[in-house]
Ligand binder design. Structure first.
Ligand SMILES: Nc1ncnc2c1ncn2[C@@H]1O[C@H](COP(=O)(O)OP(=O)(O)O)[C@@H](O)[C@H]1O
Ligand SMILES: [Mg+2]
Length: 352
């Protein structure tokens, strides 16, 4: 259904319009999907569910309500601004002319929450500890302890490391500063070290979550001219700054390549958290969460989850999205086992 046809329905101009048709008003699932998409900052999903709501009201003959809803949605869309406007929300100290810090840090206030992630219980417990110790940091320091601040996330791609950094910032109400490694790592170690210093200085000036995503991967991506020794020197430089850092900001580093890291690296962090692909229960939760707005009561979950075993959270989420799109294009709200099996099978054949 297109937005125009919803509006036509609201105006009562659609040929197939039957005022006495018995279609329920907002379903519980739609309301949940609305709230969830708002919480996740997923605007396109939010508006698409809102549009379904308006269409439903038009179908049951609530033309005035449907028309009001379409107006509200149109107005909201017209006013909507991207949630992440780095320059507008960059805290004041960062706006000061301090070399090229602006190119090194991308600031945002994430809408994600840890509760949006599907995580093994022990992993979630570690993240909860970070939240508690950060919130009660002053209390701990007062008694001579240092709260957990330097955290390493390790594990295969698509298991939620980047999302975790955003969710920690979201739950703590702190800004997220994603360090732009492409701007940071240059051919010259001296320059890289100077830029790293800018970033670590910023941690003391503006409290936040400072996220070094796939640090080693970027260092390792720089081509054949870049020998292991050079990567090692950049990493060592980072670790030195990390060791000296005593601010109240949270430093999170993520990597897909546990093999590149030795014990000396792990030692500099307060906590290392290992991510892995989901087990059956977690895989089902990822799929179900993603399909929350749709009818899934006929799905044979054990079969689908079995077919998707070994896939990452991200791949499962993409498979769910594909099945959802198929259902929408079929003009049906029901997700079938077949649709999901096909979608999961395709993720298997063409990983990423
Ligand atoms: N643990 C998880 N729970 C729910 N969804 C997840 C999880 N991990 C990944 N996803 C989905 O996959 C996407 C990519 O995940 P991401 O955090 O970038 O993975 P990583 O950084 O480990 O490669 C996320 O935006 C989310 O949609
Ligand atoms: Mg990532």
């Amino acid at each position: 259904m297109t937005w125009e046809s919803v509006k036509n329905l609201a105006r009562g101009r659609e040929d197939g319009y039957k005022g006495d048709e018995e279609i329920p008003m907002a379903t519980a699932d739609q309301i949940k999907a609305l709230i969830r998409s708002h919480a996740e900052g997923d605007d396109s999903r939010f508006y698409s569910v809102a549009m379904q709501l308006a269409a439903g009201e038009a179908h049951v003959g609530h033309k005035r309500l449907a028309s009001e809803l379409t107006t509200v949605i149109d107005e909201a869309r017209a006013r909507a601004t991207p949630r992440v406007v780095a320059s507008a929300i960059r805290p004041r100290p960062l706006a000061q002319p301090r070399g090229d810090l602006g190119d090194l840090l991308l600031a945002s206030y994430p809408a994600q929450r840890l509760s949006d992630l599907v995580l093994a219980t022990p992993l979630r417990a570690k993240l909860d500890r970070i939240i508690v110790e950060t919130r009660q940091g002053d209390e701990l320091r007062h008694h001579g302890f240092t709260p957990l601040r330097k955290v390493l996330l390790v594990g295969p791609p698509g298991t939620g490391k980047t999302m975790t950094a955003a969710a920690l910032a979201g739950d703590l109400g702190l800004p997220l500063f994603t360090v732009r490694l492409d701007g940071l790592i240059t051919r010259y170690l001296g320059e890289t070290a100077a830029k790293l210093r800018l970033v670590f200085d910023a941690m003391g000036q503006t409290r936040g979550v400072y996220f070094f995503d796939e640090f080693d991967a970027v260092a390792g991506d720089r081509g054949a001219s870049n020998d292991v020794g050079e990567i090692r020197r950049v990493l060592n430089s980072f670790l030195q700054f990390l060791e000296q850092d005593e601010t109240t900001s949270l430093v999170i580093a993520a990597t897909n390549h546990v093999g590149l890291l030795d014990r000396a690296v792990f030692r500099r962090f307060d906590l290392a958290i290992e991510y892995s692909t989901p087990d059956a229960g977690q895989a089902e939760a990822v799929l179900r969460n993603r399909l929350s707005g749709l009818e899934t009561s006929d799905v044979d979950w054990p079969q689908v989850v079995g077919a998707g075993s070994g896939l990452s959270h991200a791949e499962l989420a993409r498979a769910a999205d594909q099945a959802a799109k198929d259902a929408i294009l079929d003009r049906s709200k029901a997700i079938t086992t077949d649709k999901l099996l096909t979608a999961v099978g395709e993720r298997r054949t063409f990983p990423r």
